[in-house]
Design a protein around this ligand. Structure first.
Ligand code: NAP
Length: 330
């Protein structure tokens, strides 16, 4: 059985899942999801924002059709998009995700981000003003009401559309705001987390509230460089896979740098969702429970933490104008 974490509502969430962001070529995503499920993954992470739920759904269906895996064995996560951040839109977007995925229920429904965007068009996940100019900004919805949204999220569990609900990119203050009113508390907070940004403070706050942590960008999200280059933007990214300490530990265990990065996070009790659309890397990333890092390795990897300075996902750059929103992360 795939190693898992017990959530506060008693559900088991597999420690390893396949991330699907940037897996935007339809054929690749479906093939990757099927390959991951056949390689033993039991957890798939997608989002309305990734615009690939239909392909993810095809991959799940193809794996189930082999008879080797059942729907009930698979933990599927998707997310409420920023354009859906109004209470009256929550059920609409969850139903749209379920329809695209061709599923009756989702295992985990996350609020993707604590900030809302204007809903100009349901297919435009990031509406912009002055696009392509130096005045380009996201059209934010500054009225985001996290409490009203959370009440609707709870309703999704009551309707049987989601088995459990959670949050993503929420800071400790926003978590406390939800915990103070929740009838159904969030079971998971999905945040950026890797050796350079180990999220110590946030992990401590999650522990206090019995909220499990899922790490996104666990390999340092190296594909983002190309993703932004395709949009004519250049970004600087640190290369976690070539860090000398990571390489030393990887040589010691005769495992790849990626396996070391993923094993480190899972040994900290954090769920990981590495993205790959390459079958051999999917298998490699899936094979992380056959070795253990010892305390010396773990201390060496812990020492790579740079705190907030190690952040790779800089929201103010990703979402121009972000810092003006009252629910901005920082
Ligand atoms: P990541 O998993 O850290 O890195 C993915 C990149 O690493 C891809 O370019 C992939 O390329 C490459 N890769 C995968 N396995 C590798 C290996 N063994 N060796 C070398 N390179 C490897 O970054 P991420 O995709 O940004 O994050 C993971 C998932 O978290 C996303 O897919 C998404 O599901 C989720 N996420 C959530 C949020 C949020 O706001 N909640 C934000 C970002 C991401 P190939 O495909 O070519 O293998």
């Amino acid at each position: 059985m795939a190693p898992s974490v017990q959530l506060s509502n008693g559900m088991q969430m597999p420690l390893l899942g396949l991330g699907c962001w940037q897996a935007d070529d339809g054929k690749d995503v479906a093939v990757a999801v099927e390959a991951a499920l056949l390689a033993g993954y039991r957890h798939i992470d997608t989002a309305y924002f990734y615009a690939n739920e239909a392909d993810v759904g095809r991959g799940i269906k193809a794996a189930i059709a082999t008879g080797k895996v059942k729907r009930s064995d698979i933990f599927v996560t998707t997310k409420l998009p920023p354009i859906g951040m109004r209470p009256e839109r929550v059920e609409k977007y969850l139903r749209k995700s379920l329809k695209a995925l061709d599923l009756d229920y989702i295992d985990l429904y996350l609020v993707h981000h604590p900030v809302g965007f204007e809903e100009v068009d349901e297919n435009d996940n990031m509406p912009l003003e002055n696009p392509g100019t130096d005045k380009e900004k996201v059209k934010f919805d500054f009225s985001t009401d996290l409490i009203a949204i959370w009440k609707k999220m709870e309703n999704m569990v009551e309707l049987g559309l989601a088995k459990t609900i959670g949050i993503s990119n929420f800071n400790p203050r926003q978590m406390r705001k939800i915990m103070a009113i929740a009838k159904i508390p969030p079971t998971v907070n999905q945040v950026e987390c890797h050796v350079y940004f180990q999220q110590k403070e946030l992990r401590e706050a999650c522990k206090q509230h019995n909220i499990a942590v899922t790490a996104y960008g666990p390999l340092g999200s190296p594909g983002r460089k190309l993703f932004y280059e395709k949009q004519g933007k250049t970004i600087e990214l640190p290369d976690l896979l070539r860090n000398p300490v990571v390489r030393l530990v990887s040589d010691k265990h005769k495992r790849s740098a990626a396996q070391v990065l993923l094993r480190f996070i899972t040994q900290e009790g954090i769920i990981v969702i590495p993205k790959s659309t390459n079958e051999s890397r999917i298998k490699q990333n899936g094979d992380i429970f056959s070795f253990e890092l010892d305390e010396v390795d773990r201390q060496a990897l812990r020492s790579l933490d740079q705190g907030v300075a190690g952040t790779i996902f800089k929201f103010a750059e990703i979402f121009p104008g972000y810092e003006e929103h009252p629910e901005c992360f920082f």
